[in-house]
Design a protein around this ligand. Structure first.
Ligand SMILES: [Zn+2]
Length: 298
C-alpha cells in the first residue's frame, strides 16, 4: 500500500509539472536612432507587469547610445527587473581579430556604466552567444568572469526574434500591414518550435527538463506581440517564471569545454556529449525562410 502511494505520488508530481520558462531581453534600444525606442521599452515593461513577470535585460552600451538610452535601461531596474551586462561594443568573441584583452576591457567598461543602476546583477551574456574560438580566449574570458563573481547569463532556448523583427519593421515601412497578422503567427510558431526543440535536446542531454531562459531582444515585434507570445506559451503547457528563478537551475552552473564555444547552454552541453546533427550556428536567418513560406510571407 505504502509503495503504491509512493508510485502514485511520483506519477502525480511528474504529471503536474509544466515546462518552465523565463524571458530575457538583450541589447536595449537607442532613442537617438529609433524614434519608437521609448514606446518599445514601455510596452515591453507593461506586458511583463501585466503577467507579473520579473525578467532580466542585458544591455550593451553601443546599442543604447547616450543618456536617454540609459534611462530606458534604468526603468527596468526601477520596475523590479534585473540588469545584467552584455558588453560595451557588442563584439563577437569568435572573430579572429578580437583579442581576449580587448574583449575583457569591454566587459569592464559596460560594468562601469550599468553597475550604478538599481537592479544591477553580475550576470554576463555573450553577444551573439559566442564564447571564444580559441582555447586561450574561451578560458581567459571565462576566468575573468569567474574572478569577478559573474554568474551565468546563458540562454537555454536560442531563437531568432531579431529576424522576425526585421520583417516586422520592413512590412510597416512598405505599408504592407496586411502581413502583420501572419507574421505574428509565424513568429510565435518559431518561438514555440525552438522551445520544444531545446527542451527535447535538454531531456536527451541532461535527462530532465530544466528551467529555461529564452533569448529575446528589446525590439518592436516584442513590444507589439509579447502578450500574445506569453499566452501562446501558456496555451502550450509552459509556465512562465521569473528569470532569477530560472537561473537557480543547476544547468546554469555548467560549462561546456567545446570550440568554438557558446550557443545555447543546452546546445553546447549536447555538443560536448557528442550529439550529432547539431547545426552551426544553432540559429540564424536562413533557417527561417521555410517558416516564412509556410505562412505565405514574402
Ligand atoms: Zn546582443
Amino acid at each position: 500500500m505504502k509503495k503504491c502511494l509512493g508510485l502514485l505520488l511520483i506519477f502525480v508530481t511528474t504529471m503536474g509539472q509544466a515546462k518552465q520558462l523565463a524571458l530575457s531581453f538583450d541589447d536595449g534600444v537607442n532613442p537617438d536612432l529609433n524614434s519608437q525606442a521609448v514606446q518599445i521599452n514601455q510596452q515591453i515593461l507593461q506586458q511583463l507587469k501585466q503577467h507579473q513577470l520579473k525578467s532580466i535585460i542585458y544591455p550593451s552600451v553601443i546599442k543604447i547610445g547616450d543618456y536617454a538610452g540609459l534611462q530606458l535601461v534604468a526603468e527596468w531596474g526601477k520596475q523590479g527587473h534585473q540588469i545584467g551586462n552584455h558588453s560595451e561594443l557588442h563584439l563577437n568573441l569568435n572573430k579572429h581579430y578580437i583579442s581576449s584583452q580587448q574583449y575583457i576591457a569591454g566587459i569592464q567598461r559596460a560594468e562601469q556604466v550599468f553597475r550604478p543602476l538599481t537592479g544591477w546583477t553580475a550576470r554576463y551574456r555573450f553577444p551573439f552567444l559566442k564564447e571564444g574560438n580559441t582555447l586561450e580566449k574561451r578560458d581567459r574570458v571565462a576566468a575573468y568572469l569567474k574572478q569577478h563573481h559573474y554568474q551565468s547569463g546563458a540562454v537555454s532556448i536560442d531563437a531568432s526574434d531579431w529576424f522576425y523583427n526585421q520583417k516586422y519593421i520592413a512590412y510597416q515601412k512598405q505599408g504592407q500591414t496586411q502581413y502583420l497578422k501572419k507574421l505574428k503567427q509565424a513568429y510565435i510558431a518559431h518561438l514555440l518550435d525552438r522551445a520544444a526543440y531545446y527542451d527535447q535536446l535538454a531531456i536527451e542531454t541532461l535527462s530532465y527538463s530544466p528551467k529555461h531562459v529564452l533569448l529575446l531582444h528589446v525590439n518592436a515585434i516584442n513590444a507589439a506581440f509579447l502578450n500574445d507570445v506569453i499566452q501562446a506559451f501558456q496555451a502550450h503547457d509552459w509556465q512562465l517564471i521569473d528569470s532569477e528563478q530560472a537561473y537557480s537551475d543547476a544547468l546554469y552552473q555548467k560549462h561546456a569545454k567545446i570550440l568554438p564555444a557558446g550557443e545555447s547552454i543546452i546546445w553546447s552541453l549536447a555538443k560536448q556529449k557528442g550529439h550529432v546533427n547539431l547545426r552551426y550556428p544553432a540559429e540564424d536567418a536562413p533557417y527561417e525562410q521555410e517558416n516564412l513560406k509556410r505562412f505565405e510571407l514574402p
